[in-house]
Write a protein that binds this ligand. Structure first.
Ligand SMILES: [Zn+2]
Length: 256
């Protein structure tokens, strides 16, 4: 019964994610901005091609990066209303020097990569740990890649990979070792190092999935699920026409 229901839900949704506009007040200058908020999505987002960079919707979408039209404060959508008051004076200083490339009515008109560059400065003030920055650079690599900015994509992926290396040595890191190997392999593949990528994936297949608080069936599902993804990745790398990086610039956009 459960399976049957799942099929119905998936076909009705037709893999669409939906958004609606909402007004937000900028925490810095009280400017009113209209940003997009998600209305619906499903677990299908985890099988979209961005999985080959372990970047998932909504971080793949323009909607997710909020930008104030007046002071240019830019953050992930989930952080916009959570700016600590004590960081505002320093943020004002950093934002004072920022210019955006065009006048805009809708924040989505400004390229995602440009918004990410502002975010890099904003989050340097807010302060984040290595795991956060690793994902940030990986996300930057994804969007530069999609934009056809190959050199910048490579630079961002190098920074991501350096942080993965660091996390792999950090005994206090929360990321499962198996997942870090997947990400390391993915970054190597996207940096044109297929042999290096396969070494990481082969290692990943041999490492048990271990995550704090994940036990029993859940752990087994995570283990099986990740192994399936790794085997698929190896197969795609070894193919001529299906290598994930070949779709870097031309990622068949999953969203409508
Ligand atoms: Zn503002």
């Amino acid at each position: 019964m459960t399976c049957f229901l799942l099929v119905c839900i998936l076909s009705a949704n037709a893999f669409a994610t939906t958004w609606f506009p909402k007004e937000f007040i900028c925490p810095i200058d009280k400017e009113k901005n209209t940003f997009q908020v998600w209305a619906s999505y499903g677990s299908y987002i985890y099988s979209w091609p961005s999985k080959y960079q372990w970047v998932f919707w909504p971080a793949t979408e323009s909607e997710a990066f909020y930008l104030c039209k007046k002071c240019h404060l830019t953050t992930y959508m989930w952080d916009y209303e959570k700016i600590p008051a004590d960081k505002i004076p320093e943020l004002k200083k950093v934002l004072a020097d920022i210019k955006v490339s065009k006048e805009f009515k809708d924040y989505r008109e400004v390229p995602i990569t440009e918004r990410l560059e502002i975010m890099e400065k904003v989050y340097a003030v807010l302060g984040r740990d290595d795991s956060w920055w690793e994902l940030f650079y990986r996300t930057e690599g994804y969007h530069y890649g999609k934009d056809g900015q190959t050199d910048k994509a490579l630079a961002a992926r190098k920074r991501s990979l350096a942080l993965v290396d660091k996390l792999q040595k950090d005994k206090t890191a929360k990321e499962p070792a198996k997942l870090l190997l997947y990400i390391s392999g993915a970054m190597k593949h996207f940096m044109n190092d297929d042999d290096g990528a396969i070494v990481q994936f082969e290692k990943a297949l041999k490492v048990k999935y271990e995550e704090e608080g994940v036990v029993g069936d859940e752990a087994k599902q995570a283990e099986d699920g990740l192994n399936e993804r790794i085997r698929d990745y190896i197969e795609k790398i070894k193919s001529e026409k299906e290598k994930p990086r070949l779709f870097d610039k031309y990622d068949t956009d999953e969203s409508d």
